[in-house]
Ligand binder design. Structure first.
Ligand code: NAI
Length: 250
């Protein structure tokens, strides 16, 4: 079993969905965690309760704020420093969609998604990576998407943000490798969360039909992969984009 005792993690968007599953998985194996979220206090409290259930002796904290605001990343860094004395694992998971066909997409529709998904990840990375360089151990995992690898109709904004995250991952991996900090991206396929619950049954059926394993993924499918990349055992993997998509890209 992977052991995260003594490891300290930040998971953005950890209040629900994939982020919640990741935070819970890391905590279940001993990590102290900070989850960030943007709006839903009840969901964040529920996530903390679930984390306490699996790691009653660990520390779990929530911090509310918009990752598109560079000041927020500084607040998170301060909290990690004061409560944990440093950081070992950063999971840039928070993300939004605002799907529209290209011809209807307004500049704001594009930039708001980029600001959250891509700029937000950059702010966190630049504020939190310095806390890892001191400990000479770091694991950064950026949650990209199959859309960032292959594109998707209606998602020019989202796919651009997720492809950008891949470029960020590769460059940061090259910069930080000599300090024993690995940087990888995980590209989920079609995962059952609030984000995909807004799709119609027809859209879901069409997506499932394209998946080799003929089912949607679950948040834990992503959490298991992230946990491995965040572990000691995953320490010789860096600069990779790992698709966890039931074979949708084959
Ligand atoms: P979700 O909508 O259930 O959860 C999103 C989380 O991000 C929430 O905790 C929310 O508070 C947080 N968040 C959103 N905007 C924020 C902001 N401006 N500042 C701070 N936090 C913010 O989404 P889900 O499905 O759990 O997705 C998690 C990540 O996985 C996202 O980056 C998403 O793009 C990615 N992904 C999801 C897929 C899916 O099929 N569900 C497929 C591929 C990638």
């Amino acid at each position: 079993m992977l052991d995260f005792k003594g490891r300290r993690a930040v998971v953005t968007g950890g209040s629900r969905g994939i982020g919640r599953a990741i935070a819970r998985k890391l905590a279940a194996q001993g990590a102290d965690v900070i989850i960030t979220y943007v709006g839903n206090d009840a969901a964040a409290d529920e996530a903390l309760t679930l984390i306490h259930e699996v790691n009653p002796d660990g520390k779990a904290l929530k911090v509310k704020g918009d990752i598109a605001d560079p000041e927020f990343s500084k607040e998170v860094a301060k909290l990690a420093k004061s409560e944990f004395g440093g950081l070992d694992i950063l999971v840039n998971n928070a993300g939004i969609t605002n799907d529209k066909l290209l011809l209807r997409m307004k500049p704001d529709d594009f930039t708001s998604v980029i600001n959250t998904n891509l700029n937000g990840a950059f702010y966190m990375l630049s504020a939190l990576a310095p806390l890892m360089t001191k400990g000479k151990y770091g694991r950064i995992i950026n949650i990209s998407s199959v859309a960032g690898v292959k594109g998707n109709p209606g998602q020019v904004n989202y796919a651009s943000s997720k492809a950008g995250l891949i470029g960020m991952t590769l460059s940061a991996a090259k910069e930080l490798g000599s300090r024993n900090i690995t940087v990888n991206a995980v590209a989920p396929g079609f995962i059952q969360t609030d984000m995909t619950n807004v799709l119609t049954e027809e859209q879901k059926e069409a997506s499932v039909a394209a998946i080799t394993l003929k089912r949607m993924g679950q948040p834990d499918d992503i959490a298991n992969t992230v946990a491995f990349l965040a572990s000691e055992e995953g320490g010789y993997i860096t600069g990779q984009v790992l698709s966890v998509d039931g074979g949708i890209q084959m």
